[in-house]
Design a protein around this ligand. Structure first.
Ligand code: PMP
Length: 309
C-alpha cells in the first residue's frame, strides 16, 4: 500500500515540516540499520468526529522491548507517545483512518552500550490510509525460498528495521513470481510468518498459528485474534506448523496492523478451501472491525480516543 506523504511529522520533541526531518548519512541508523519501530492504526469514527487508536499501550511496550533488544537508548516516557499522537493528529486534521510509525533510531555509538557515547532520536509520521482491497478479495501467497532469520541470528520477535532486509528479499521474490505475499519458513522448516503479518490456519474447526518461538514478530494483532477467537469458543493452538498444513487447510488468514484480517485464497499452486473467505475468517473479520469502529463503546480498553476534529 503506497502511503501519501503528510506535510508534517513528529521529530525529536516537535512537530516539524516533512522536509526538515533529517539525519546525517554517517549515523548508526544509516550504516547498520539501528532502529526499532511500531506500526499503529488510528480508526476514524465519523459519529464522534475523532480517531480511536488501537492498542497504543501494547505498541509502546513492544517498542520499549525492541529497543532493549537492539541496545538503543529508550527515552520515550509512557505519556509521550499518546501526547505526540494527539498533537500531530490535531495538526494534520485528517478525517480518515491513519497509520502511525513511531520510530526510535541510533544516531551515534558504534558497537557500544556506553550511555555517554550513544545518542538516539525519535520520529513519528502519521499517514492517511484506506482499507486494503485484499481484505475482501484475499491474497495469493508463495512459500518463500528465503528462510526467516532464526533467533540465533536475529531476534525476529523484535520490530527492528534490520529484520526487514530478510523480509524484503522474500516479498520481492514473491512479487517477481506474481504473488501478493511471501510466507517464510524458519530454520527448522516450519511456517513462520509473512513479510508483514502473522499466519493462521483453520482445519476441521481447529485454529493453529505458529508459536512465538517459531521466529515470528511478537505481533499485537495475532494476540488480539487469538483472544477474540477463544472468546467465540474456537480452540486456538500455538505450535509448530508444517508447510504442507497450509495446503490442506480449510482456511488460511493473515493478521497484522495493516493486513488487519486478510484471507488467503491460494498458496503456491494450491487453492485454499473453496478459494473464498472461509467462515472462521469471516466471523473474525466482523468481530475485529466491529471493535475497531466501536469508539466510545469499546469495552475492552483496546482504543485510545484522539482529539475531536
Ligand atoms: N510480522 C511482521 C514481520 C510484521 O511486519 C507485522 C506488522 N507489524 C506483523 C507480523 C503483524 O504485527 P502487528 O500485529 O503487531 O502489526
Amino acid at each position: 500500500m503506497a502511503l501519501e506523504q503528510p506535510p508534517l511529522l513528529y521529530f525529536g520533541r516537535d512537530i516539524v515540516p516533512w522536509e526538515t526531518a533529517r539525519v546525517h548519512v554517517w549515523t548508526e541508523v544509516v550504516l547498520r540499520a539501528a532502529s526499532v519501530f511500531e506500526g499503529i492504526r488510528g480508526y476514524w469514527n465519523a459519529a464522534e468526529s475523532r480517531h480511536y487508536f488501537l492498542h497504543l499501550e501494547r505498541h509502546y511496550d513492544r517498542l520499549e522491548r525492541s529497543a532493549r533488544l537492539a541496545h538503543i537508548p529508550f527515552h520515550l516516557t509512557r505519556d509521550e507517545l499518546p501526547t505526540a499522537v494527539h498533537k500531530l493528529t490535531a495538526a494534520l486534521g485528517y478525517r480518515q483512518d491513519l497509520y502511525l510509525r513511531p520510530t526510535l533510531y541510533l544516531d551515534s555509538g558504534r558497537y557500544t552500550t556506553d550511555a555517554q557515547e550513544q545518542t538516539s532520536g525519535f520520529f513519528m509520521p502519521i499517514f492517511p490510509v484506506g482499507r486494503a482491497g485484499s481484505i475482501i478479495a484475499g491474497v495469493r501467497c508463495m512459500v518463500s525460498t528465503w528462510q526467516r532469520t532464526p533467533d540465533e541470528a536475529m531476534p525476529a520477535r523484535a520490530k527492528a528495521a534490520a529484520n526487514y532486509f530478510n523480509l524484503r528479499l522474500a516479498r520481492l521474490e514473491a512479487e517477481s513470481y506474481g504473488f501478493d505475499e511471501a510466507i517464510l519458513l524458519n530454520s527448522r522448516g516450519n511456517v513462520s510468518e509473512t513479510a508483514g503479518a502473522s499466519v493462521f490456519v483453520v482445519r476441521d474447526g481447529l485454529v493453529c498459528t505458529p508459536a512465538t518461538t517459531e521466529s515470528i514478530l511478537e505481533s499485537i494483532t495475532r494476540a488480539s485474534a487469538i483472544e477474540l477467537l477463544r472468546g467465540r469458543g474456537y480452540e486456538v493452538v500455538e505450535r509448530a506448523l508444517d508447510p504442507t498444513e497450509l495446503y490442506v487447510a480449510d482456511e488460511v488468514f493473515l493478521t497484522g496492523t495493516l493486513a488487519e484480517i486478510t484471507p488467503v485464497r491460494e498458496i503456491d499452486q494450491h487453492t485454499i478451501g473453496r478459494g473464498t473467505t472461509g467462515e472462521v475468517t469471516r466471523s473474525l473479520q466482523a468481530l475485529y472491525y466491529d471493535i475497531c469502529s466501536s469508539g466510545a463503546r469499546d469495552l475492552r480498553g483496546w482504543l485510545t480516543a484522539g482529539p475531536v476534529l
